[in-house]
Each structure stands twice: as structure tokens, then as C-alpha cells.
Design a protein around this ligand. Sequence first.
Ligand SMILES: CC(C)(COP(=O)(O)OP(=O)(O)OC[C@H]1O[C@@H](n2cnc3c(N)ncnc32)[C@H](O)[C@@H]1OP(=O)(O)O)[C@@H](O)C(=O)NCCC(=O)NCCS
Length: 318
Amino acid sequence: MGVNIPSRILTNADLEKMVETSDEWITTRTGIRERRIADYGLSASQLGIPAAMEAVEQAGLNPADVDLIVCATSTPEKMFPSTSCLIQKGIGAGECGSFDLLAACSGFIYATMVADQFIRAGSAHNVLVVASEIYSQIINWKDRDTCVLFGDGAAAVVYSSSSGPGGIVDSRLHSDGSFAEFLTAGGVSSRNPESAGALGNGGYFLEMKGNQTFKVAVKKMTEVSMELLEGNGYGPDDLDMVIPHQANIRIINAVGKNLGIGEEKMFVNLDKYGNTSAASIPIAMYEAARDGRIKPGDLVLMVAFGGGLTWGATLIRW
Ligand SMILES: CC(C)(COP(=O)(O)OP(=O)(O)OC[C@H]1O[C@@H](n2cnc3c(N)ncnc32)[C@H](O)[C@@H]1OP(=O)(O)O)[C@@H](O)C(=O)NCCC(=O)NCCS
């Protein structure tokens, strides 16, 4: 695994000077105390490349050993070329396959299942998954409903075929486009054909129906966790750690309560980074492993939720 998190910190106190909000409101409603912001102009591939390099090195591989690169991002460098192609060049990989995958905050879970399936099918041995997000560029910094929630960051994981113990047990993916308007970012796209018009008409920046999103997030993250556990003959008591998408402490606590899992088994680092979208789970995985919170042999559940709406879960025997 590897991470690359911008060094610039934006605290709740800093936000108090930008919009009508307070540290107390943000902390009690979300659990977030600060988030990281990438330097203006830094791109998703530039943020992702150091994380990818660290992951490849930690896996004991050379970049040329990577068979496939999947970049999970909803803030891609450009519409094309894909961010993953630029990461391929940036790390000096061979002419391997590469593509971007867009499932917003569920992107890492989606990319993990893709990697798992490529490896199980024998189509790849070493898959590099990079999650790189620069939400500071798609946020309306005048909108207090959303600007307090998100941050920038990147993380990467190499999945390899192995006959050894442990690994990805199973995953589940879901989506429901009838909730599409709950969480959107139009950018410059086929719906918003040029930037001036897109900005003028609204819809360019991230927009969210926070309350509705909150309720669906809790329900679907609980459901998919149970579906995945029961589908593999496990129950919540078998879990050693849950690494949930880091969106809001109240969502995490509600999912833990629904599953009957104590707070000590629900990994939380959103106080430091806010919601880094697809990067949130791999950043948390990295820190949980580094800090000894997850150890070889542990059963670890990762569960995410995001724009689409999308949601999904992965079970890993560490
Ligand atoms: C956004 C969220 C924190 C708002 O919390 P909430 O308890 O639902 O708060 P509400 O939206 O009901 O707003 C309560 C009040 O706080 C105000 N408010 C909103 N943002 C504020 C801010 N940053 N600072 C101060 N007040 C704020 C609202 O305007 C509202 O005021 P009103 O009562 O006068 O209308 C919460 O809904 C949430 O986390 N939703 C999920 C969002 C998410 O994680 N999305 C990503 C999923 S991947």
C-alpha cells in the first residue's frame, strides 16, 4: 500500500473565516476537524503517482511487473487521456492495460472487485489500484453545506495472485441511479457543454442533498455489509475491524450500531482528512495496518457509499 496526502491543512477555524459556520457545528455534525488541500494546479495523476510508487515498492515489485492499472477517481485529470494512463507513464510501468473507474466515494471498493476478478480469471497477476481525488477543485467554497465535508488525498494498493493464506474473500457492488440527484458534480461534461455556461447555470460544482444522502447511506451500508457477511457464512461478530468510507462520524456510528459492532472495531480517521471520496478507504487501510490496528489473519470489512448512488463492500482476510 502507499499514500500521498497533501501537506496543507485546512482547519475548521480556517473555514469559519470563509463561510458562516463554526468548529462546534462541523465537529458535532460530522466529526471532521481538519482536511488536506492540494496545491492549486496539482492534478489527480500527480497526487496519485507517489502513492502508486510506494505501493509497488512495498509489494516488492518493479513498475514493469504491473499488469493492469485501475484508477478510481471522480476528479480525473482530464476527460481523456485517462488519469490511469498518466500514472502508467509516471511510475514507468510497461505497456500494461489501464483505465479509470468512476463510482465516486465507492470507487475503491469497485476497483478492488475489478482487480480481484482479473486476478481470479488469470488475466492479470499484479493489479495496481490507485484512488486519487482532488475534491477541492469541484467544491463550491461558498456553499457551507458541502465545503466543510471534503478533502484531497490519494492512496494505492497492489493486489497480486497468491497461493498463500489470506486475501480478498469476496465483494458486493450495488447502484441506484434513481437517487442520482442526491449527490452530483456536473463539471464540464456532455450535460454541461462549456464551462462558462455550466458555471452560470449551476451544476458545475458538487451539490448534495445531505439529509437524504445520510439516510440512504446508513441503510445501504448496513444492508450490503450483512449481505456480504452472510453470503460467506460469517456474521458481524466474526469481524476484527471495519474500515468504512470516511464521510461522517454519525454515519459510521449508525452503521456500527445497526451491525452490533463496537466503536473500537469501527476505524475512524475522518477527523484528520474529511471525506476524500474514493481515497478514504485505502488511506484508512494504510493507517490501520501501519498502526497495528489490523494484523495478519484478521477478518476486515470495507464498506463504502457514494454518488450514483453507488455502494459496496469487500471482505479481506488480512
Ligand atoms: C451534511 C450534513 C452534515 C448535515 O447535517 P444535518 O444534521 O443533516 O443538518 P441539516 O442539513 O439538517 O442542517 C441543519 C442546519 O445547519 C445548517 N448548516 C448546514 N451546513 C452548515 C455549516 N457548515 N455550518 C453551520 N450550519 C450549517 C443548515 O443550513 C440548517 O440550518 P436551518 O436549520 O436553519 O435550515 C449531513 O446531512 C450529512 O453528513 N449527510 C451526508 C453527507 C455525506 O456524507 N455525503 C457524502 C456521501 S459519500
